[in-house]
Design a protein around this ligand. Structure first.
Ligand code: ADP
Length: 251
C-alpha cells in the first residue's frame, strides 16, 4: 500500500529523513513513535503531498507519488495525478481543521460531492452513517464553533472517511484535546480499526491506544527507523537503548 524507498527530505541543512526505507501492507496499522523532531509528521505530510521530497521515491498503491506513468516512461506528476493519489488518503490533524463556515453535514459532503462527483442525496446518506458511527447524529446542523474539541475531532474523522480512503493518516489527533475528551475520540478510532480494513498510519503519544490498534510499531530517531516490531515486543522488550529511554519518558 505504501513504500518509502531511500527517501530523503531536508529543510535547508536539516536532513529530516535520511534515506528512509519502509513498507506498509494493505490493512496494516502502524504506529510511528520517537522523539519530537524525529520526522514522524513529515512522513505523513509527504504522503499527503503537502511537502516535496529531495530524494528517493514514495510509492502509494504501486504508483510513485512524485511521478506518473506516460506509456513506459515516468514523468513528473501533474496536479491531476496528485489529486487522484490524495483521494485515496485521508488525514486527520492535531487541530481538527474543519471548514469553519460550513455546518457538520456540509463539512462531510463538500468533497464527496465536488471532488468525487457524488449525488448530494448519496453523500448525505453516507455522512449520516458516519455521524452515527462517531456518535454525533444530532449535530448535522451544528457549526464547528458550537462543538467541543472532541466532537470536532470526531467530525474530522468522519469527514476523512467520507472520501472512502484506502489509507488513514492520524497525526497526534488527541494531543490538542482536554483529557476528558480523549477517550471518546480513541474509542471511535478503535472501532474503525475493528470494523474496516483501512490501512492506518498513526502518530500518537497514547501508547495504550497504539498497543490496542496497531500491529506494528516503528521507532524513529533522527529520520531513521531504529527499531520496529509488534507492539507487545517494542513496548515490553525493546532492543535499542534509545527506544527504552524514549518509552521510559512517555509511559
Ligand atoms: P516529529 O513529527 O517527529 O516531531 P517533524 O516531522 O515534525 O518531527 O519534524 C522533523 C524536523 O523537521 C524537525 O527538526 C523540524 O524542525 C523540521 N521541520 C518540519 N517542518 C518544517 C518546515 N516546514 N520548515 C523547516 N523545518 C521543518
Amino acid at each position: 500500500m505504501i513504500r518509502f524507498e531511500s527517501v530523503v527530505k531536508q529543510f535547508g541543512d536539516n536532513v529530516v529523513l535520511d534515506h528512509l526505507d519502509f513498507e506498509v501492507a494493505a490493512g496494516d496499522r502502524v504506529t510511528l513513535i520517537g522523539p519530537s523532531g524525529s520526522g514522524k509528521t513529515t512522513i505523513l505530510r509527504l504522503l499527503m503531498t503537502l511537502e516535496k521530497i529531495d530524494g528517493g521515491v514514495v510509492w502509494v498503491k504501486g504508483e510513485p507519488l512524485s511521478h506518473e506513468r506516460k506509456g513506459s516512461k515516468l514523468v513528473p506528476a501533474s496536479e491531476k495525478h496528485l489529486r487522484k493519489v490524495r483521494q485515496s488518503i485521508g488525514m486527520v490533524f492535531q487541530h481538527f481543521n474543519l471548514f469553519p463556515n460550513m455546518n457538520v453535514m456540509e463539512n462531510l459532503t463538500e468533497a464527496p460531492i465536488h471532488v468525487l462527483g457524488r449525488k448530494k442525496s448519496d453523500a448525505e446518506a453516507r455522512a449520516r452513517e458516519l455521524l452515527a458511527m462517531v456518535g454525533l447524529s444530532d449535530k448535522e446542523k451544528a457549526h464547528p464553533t458550537q462543538l467541543s474539541g472532541g466532537q470536532q475531532q470526531r467530525v474530522a474523522i468522519a469527514r476523512a472517511l467520507a472520501m472512502d480512503p484506502d489509507i488513514l493518516l492520524l497525526d497526534e489527533v488527541t494531543s490538542a484535546l482536554d483529557p476528558e475528551l480523549v477517550a471518546d475520540v480513541l474509542d471511535v478510532l478503535r472501532q474503525i480499526a475493528e470494523t474496516t480494513d483501512i490501512t492506518m498510519l498513526i502518530v500518537t503519544h497514547e501508547m495504550n491506544f497504539a498497543r490496542d490498534v496497531s500491529n506494528r510499531v516503528m521507532m524513529f530517531d533522527k529520520g531513521r527507523v531504529i527499531e520496529q516490531g509488534p507492539p507487545d515486543v517494542i513496548f515490553t522488550n525493546p532492543k535499542e537503548e534509545r527506544t527504552r529511554k524514549f518509552l521510559d519518558a512517555v509511559l
